[in-house]
Design a protein around this ligand. Structure first.
Ligand SMILES: C[S@@+](CC[C@H](N)C(=O)[O-])C[C@H]1O[C@@H](n2cnc3c(N)ncnc32)[C@H](O)[C@@H]1O
Length: 345
């Protein structure tokens, strides 16, 4: 409780105006005999225990999940999932013709923010590409490597909390946050506030639904059923399962201009004729088979009430379906980039 009165010798401009009562934080008793190094030890011990609490992972059906804001996110954060995310990075950058982003950034962006950075692979590549920039990646999970370029930093944070950065960014990026975010319009407003005038944002995300143009994928097939269950389960916990097609509207609503939207279908499997898409399809098929259990298990059991063995049985049927070369399934990846007007605050 804030009970202490303010020091009357303070400059009034320094106290009541800038420090409303609710901002007052009472300090704990200072041990007058303690040295600065003892204070340092106490800080260290708090940091260590907080660090260990964010690594106090939850285990469920043989998979590991994040600890910070437990239950906030449905995908595991173990090594299998990290490998899948790194593979996804390869797929998505290949789909963008080898580019890490499509926004027309200048040659020298200074401050770059990566929302929900995952393994940090994009942030690290950006740090390498722009050695004079500082790149910050945040995530609920501290699964990023510790040996990274000196201009790249990672933080455990919830991107749906109020952002508290001291200065604005030249570029804010968020990729593959399907199933992660509850309130996208609010996230976009925070991104607008923290982008420098003239700076850029870029969001890259999915439609979850699969479809075919000329293949044997049909509504009601196991892949279609699976997608419906995942979408339903994510909606039940209040997160947006399919942000991709809505990104353009949200960035416009937040005040960004110069909005560009690219729709890039991604094939599952080696069925495309085009060599580049065939390779992307091969990688996507692999990541999907690898990821099926991780994507499904928590949603099917916790949200939909399935037993783990029922999930495994269903996934066996789905894997078989995916092996049909005539299925020719694909899903849509959306890239939206936009600029904060130069005359905005
Ligand atoms: C599918 S991964 C994508 C990772 C990365 N953006 C990429 O494209 O490689 C989504 C990431 O978002 C993180 N995440 C989910 N909800 C979050 C939140 N509220 N705040 C911060 N990170 C979050 C997850 O922990 C996960 O690492």
């Amino acid at each position: 409780m804030a009970t202490a009165s303010r020091d009357a010798s303070h400059d009034p401009a320094d106290s009541s105006e800038r420090t409303p009562d609710h901002a007052f934080i009472e300090a704990s008793e200072i041990d007058t005999d303690a040295s600065e190094s003892a204070y340092g030890d106490e800080t260290e011990s708090y940091t260590t225990s907080l660090k260990s609490s964010i690594r106090n992972y939850r285990y469920e059906n043989g998979r590991r999940y994040h600890a910070f804001r437990d239950e906030a996110y449905f995908l595991p954060n173990d090594e299998i999932e990290s490998d899948r995310l790194d593979l996804f990075h390869e797929i998505l950058t290949r789909r963008c013709d080898g580019e890490l982003y499509l926004a027309p950034l200048g040659p020298d962006p200074q401050r770059i923010l990566d929302l929900g950075t995952g393994t940090g692979i994009w942030a690290i590549d950006m740090g390498d590409k722009f050695p004079s920039a500082s790149v910050l990646g945040n995530d609920l999970s501290p699964i990023q490597p510790t040996i990274v370029p000196p201009n790249v930093r990672f933080e455990v944070d919830d991107i749906e909390n109020d952002w508290v950065y001291g200065s604005k960014f030249d570029f804010i990026h968020g990729r593959y946050l399907a199933g992660a975010v509850k309130d996208w319009p609010r996230l976009m407003r925070q991104a607008f506030k923290f982008t420098k005038p003239g700076g850029w944002v870029e969001f890259q995300d999915f439609d979850m639904r699969f479809y075919t143009v000329k293949g044997e994928f049909t509504p009601g097939c196991p892949l279609d059923e699976w997608t419906k269950i995942v979408i339903n389960g994510l909606k039940k916990v209040g997160v947006e399962p399919e942000p991709g097609p809505k990104l353009e509207g949200w960035v416009k609503e937040a005040g960004f201009t110069n909005v560009h939207h690219k729709l890039l279908p991604i094939p599952v499997g080696v069925w495309p004729k085009d060599k580049k898409l065939k390779e992307i399809g091969a990688l996507d098929y692999h990541q999907f088979l690898e990821g099926l259990e991780g994507i499904s298990m928590h949603i099917f059991t916790a949200s939909e009430g399935w037993k783990p063995e029922e999930v495994q049985l269903f996934l066996m049927g789905l894997r078989k379906d995916l092996k049909n070369p005539r299925l020719q399934a694909q899903h849509n990846f959306h890239v939206v980039y936009a600029q904060k007007p130069l005359d905005a605050e």
